[in-house]
Design a protein around this ligand. Structure first.
Ligand code: NAD
Length: 391
């Protein structure tokens, strides 16, 4: 079967067409973004912001880019540098504050996952985006893998789903905020896999039961392992298990996937091995930019065309709700957590937490969280389903 593709647009008409952007957060991942932007055909680095000015200057120097403005204020650096957008690569706890600074300065934002530590923080950002009219897109970079698109094509031909299984087993040492988090697997890593589930199936989470724990040898302070079972809107089940401290039989960072459906089954090892066990179903592997390059390309093309990107802030909230639902269930000894109830409780929390009168007022005006998420997304021509269909 054929998979929908977007054309690679590696060569914009003029060098001046590259979108001038400021990167906020010059840590490990910020460095990846800065190195990628140095050679991107879509965007050009004009400024870097970090609380640690020496770090920002060192990273800028390492890519040999002249004329990049460095500072610790988003609005000030953006103005001096003539930026037209912000890429937010700070730690999750700082995402909302930085996104607010940028959107209030009239700058659209491409924000690293997770959108925030909680669904309440995510809902405050939906209201903020609505209020400012700016584009806020979450960079869920693991959606942009060509073999995932191929796997998705195969899965869509298998008919109604019975079950999707994903396993993620790794042993990663990344000192910093991850090793101090209460839930380093679910918040920092599984958010990718949960978001991929929504992209892969077009299905949405209804409820979850989860158990998380920290193996005795773990070098993480919080729970580095979890198992979870999600009920999906179609009635199918998503069964997930993972660990960040298991040094054997490592899976791909993208996890290892099996899908069982009415017309057969399909599997993807998370890298380049897609298998289909069904008569007459094939797949094409597209040739698109992958990872953060793919995410940046979608951000820039959406901004310019006025189309709605897959992970516009409203659409991303359910990926985060899967994470928080799993954590709540684990905290309550595996109790079934209903996603719709979690969203409404999160709206009440968002209203209680919000300090800005205009954002709080907008949150209070929503009849429900579902009502807030149904407000029109940025962009006049949506090119995806709410769950992030193919572009
Ligand atoms: N897509 C992926 O595959 C992927 C991979 C790794 C990390 N990430 C995400 O990237 C983000 C950053 O991760 P990291 O590993 O680079 O973290 P890091 O701790 O190495 O770097 C974060 C940087 O942000 C800066 N910072 C924090 N608060 C700030 C603020 N208010 N204003 C300006 N700068 C601020 C810190 O000084 C630090 O330099 C996280 O959200 C993480 O989940 C994504």
């Amino acid at each position: 079967m054929t998979t929908t593709m977007i054309d690679r647009t590696d060569q914009p008409t003029e060098p001046g067409d590259r979108l001038p952007v400021v990167v906020v957060g010059a840590g490990a991942m910020g460095g990846e973004w800065i190195r990628m932007l140095a050679v991107s055909p879509h965007a050009a680095l004009v400024g870097v912001v970090d609380l640690d000015l020496d770090l920002a200057a060192t990273v800028v120097a390492s890519v040999g880019q002249g004329g990049v403005i460095v500072g610790d204020s988003v609005a000030e650096v953006a103005e001096r540098a003539g930026a037209e957008a912000v890429v937010n690569v700070t730690v999750p706890q700082a995402h909302r504050v930085v996104n607010e600074q940028a959107l209030r300065a009239g700058l659209p934002v491409l924000c690293e996952k997770p959108l925030g530590p909680t669904v309440a923080e995510a809902l405050r950002q939906v209201a903020l985006a609505e209020l400012t009219g700016g584009l806020l897109m979450v960079s869920q970079s693991r959606r942009y893998f060509n073999h995932l698109a191929a796997f998705r094509g195969a899965v869509s031909a298998l008919g109604p789903l019975a079950a999707v299984h994903a396993q993620f087993f790794h042993a990663d040492h990344e000192p910093g905020f991850r090793e101090q988090m209460a839930h380093p697997l679910l918040v920092d890593m599984s958010v990718h896999h949960f978001d991929m589930l929504r992209y892969l199936t077009g299905d949405e989470p209804v409820a979850v039961r989860c158990s998380s724990w920290n193996p005795p040898w773990s070098w993480f302070a919080g729970d580095a392992a979890a198992t979870a079972e999600f009920e999906l809107a179609s009635g199918a089940r998503f069964v997930y298990s993972g660990s960040r401290c298991t040094p054997g039989l490592q899976t791909s960072w993208n996890a290892d996937w099996h899908v069982y459906a009415e017309r057969g089954a399909a599997a993807w090892d998370g890298d380049s091995d897609v298998r289909v066990d069904s008569e007459g179903i094939g797949f094409d592997v597209p040739d698109r930019r992958e990872g953060i390059e793919g995410s940046l390309e979608e951000f820039v093309t959406s901004l310019r065309a006025g189309t709605t990107p897959q992970n516009e802030v409203r659409a991303n909230v359910l990926s985060l709700a899967m994470v928080e639902g799993a954590i709540r269930s684990s905290d309550r000894q595996g109790e079934r957590v209903v996603v719709a109830e979690l969203l409404e409780e999160s709206l009440a929390q968002a209203i209680a937490d919000e300090q800005q009168g205009d954002v709080a007022g907008l949150l209070r005006s929503w009849a429900s969280a579902a009502d807030g998420l149904a407000t029109p997304a940025w962009g006049s021509t949506p090119v995806t389903t709410a769950s992030g269909g193919a572009i």
